[in-house]
Design a protein around this ligand. Structure first.
Ligand SMILES: O=C(N[C@@H](O)C(=O)O)c1ccccc1
Length: 327
C-alpha cells in the first residue's frame, strides 16, 4: 500500500510493443477480463477539422466504415496482437470499456451512438443507443458521445455526452434511460461541462468521475444519485484534462493525462493523483517520443499504465518497477 506521501514513480517501458501494431489514431483503451490490453483505433480514418459540419453531422460517410480491425486485444507483456476485430463497423471510434461479461461498450462520434459489441471475435451488435448519424440531446440521442463507464455493482452504464452536449447519462444494463446530470449543481460547480471526455467508475466508492476536458478539471459524483462529491483542478493540468482512470490502491489513485491548450503552454504528461488528498504524487511522459495527443489511459492490476495517443498513433507503456537497465 502507498504510505502517505510516499513517492510514486512511473517510467516508460520503451521496448514495448516489441513489434509495430500498425495503429491509426488511438482513441480508446480498456482491459478485458483476461487483463489483456484492448486498443480501439481509427485505422485509416482521421478526425480532422472538416469531419463534421456546424450541426455536428459527420461529413465523410462516403468513406464508408473503417476496413481495418479497429479493436485489437494485445498482450500487456510483449504487445503482440492476440485478437483483432471491429472491422467494417465504425466511422470515428472514440471510447471503449468492458463490462463484467467482457462485452465491449463503444462510442463512435460520427455515428453519435453507444454500441454494445460481443468480444468473441464475431462483433455481434448486442445493443445500440442513439440514432446512427443523428445528433441530438434527448433521451434517445447523443452528440459525439465520448466514453462509457460501467457500474460493476449494478451493471448500470454511464455515458459522457459529449463534444456537443454537456451531460452524463445513466442507463440500465439493457439500455433503459434512467437519469442524467450536468456539472455539479451548487455554487462554483455551476460551470457546465465542456467536453465531458472520459469516465471512470470507482468500485470502492461507487462514484463516477469525469475528465471535464476544456474546463481542465476532474469532477466526481455519487453514481447512484449524480450528487457532486469533489473536483480536482490543478494548474499543472494546463487547462485541459483528456482522460482519467482509477486504482483503488490505498486511499485510491486517479491517473490522468492532460492536453494541448490554445491558451496555456503546459507540458503534455500523465499524472498520478491521490484521490483523498488530491495531491499530485508523480508526473510521467515518454522518454524518447513525446506525447502528441494522449487520449486515453488505463492501469492494470499490477500497476502497469498504458496511454493511447491519438496524435502519434501509438500506445505507451509505463511501470513503477525500477527497470533493470542493462549495464
Ligand atoms: O478534439 C478533437 N479530436 C480528438 O479529441 C479526437 O480525435 O478524439 C477534435 C476537435 C475538433 C476538430 C478535430 C478534432
Amino acid at each position: 500500500l502507498l504510505a502517505k506521501g510516499q513517492d510514486y514513480h512511473l517510467e516508460q517501458v520503451s521496448a514495448w510493443p516489441q513489434s509495430s501494431l500498425q495503429l491509426g489514431q488511438v482513441s480508446g483503451l480498456t482491459l478485458d477480463s483476461d487483463s489483456n490490453l484492448v486498443i480501439f483505433h481509427r485505422g485509416d480514418h482521421h478526425w480532422g477539422a472538416d469531419s463534421f459540419n456546424s450541426q455536428a453531422r459527420y461529413q465523410q460517410r462516403s468513406l464508408g466504415t473503417i476496413q481495418q480491425s479497429t479493436i485489437l486485444v494485445v498482450d500487456p507483456a510483449q504487445g503482440n496482437i492476440l485478437k483483432a476485430s471491429g472491422r467494417d463497423m465504425f466511422y470515428l471510434p472514440h471510447g471503449i470499456t468492458t463490462d463484467k461479461k467482457n462485452n465491449y461498450w463503444i462510442t463512435d462520434v460520427a455515428l453519435h451512438q453507444v454500441l454494445k459489441v460481443s468480444s468473441d471475435g464475431r462483433d455481434r451488435m448486442l445493443l445500440a443507443l442513439g440514432e446512427a448519424f443523428i445528433p441530438g440531446s434527448d433521451n434517445n440521442h447523443f452528440c459525439q458521445p465520448t466514453d462509457v463507464a460501467v457500474d460493476t455493482e449494478t451493471g448500470n452504464i454511464f455515458v459522457s455526452d459529449g463534444y456537443c452536449n454537456s451531460r452524463i447519462l445513466k442507463f440500465s444494463a439493457d439500455g433503459k434511460y434512467l437519469s442524467e446530470w450536468g456539472a455539479g449543481s451548487s455554487d462554483r460547480r455551476h460551470i457546465p461541462f465542456r467536453i465531458p471526455h472520459s469516465l471512470v467508475f470507482l468500485p470502492d466508492r461507487q462514484e463516477i468521475c469525469v475528465a471535464d476536458r476544456e474546463n481542465g478539471r476532474i469532477q466526481c459524483f455519487i453514481a447512484e444519485t449524480g450528487v457532486f462529491v469533489k473536483e480536482i483542478k490543478k494548474e499543472e493540468f494546463g487547462g485541459e484534462v483528456f482522460a482519467i482512470t482509477y486504482s483503488p490502491v490505498g486511499d485510491g489513485l486517479i491517473f490522468a493525462v492532460n492536453g494541448e491548450s490554445p491558451y496555456r503552454s503546459a507540458p503534455l504528461r500523465g499524472f498520478v493523483i491521490d484521490y483523498s488528498t488530491t495531491d499530485i504524487l508523480d508526473t510521467f511522459n515518454p522518454e524518447k517520443k513525446e506525447f502528441k495527443m494522449p487520449h486515453d489511459i488505463v492501469e492494470t492490476s499490477d500497476g502497469i499504465v498504458f496511454v493511447g495517443d491519438a496524435g502519434s498513433k501509438s500506445v505507451f507503456k509505463f511501470t513503477t518497477e525500477k527497470l533493470h537497465r542493462s549495464v
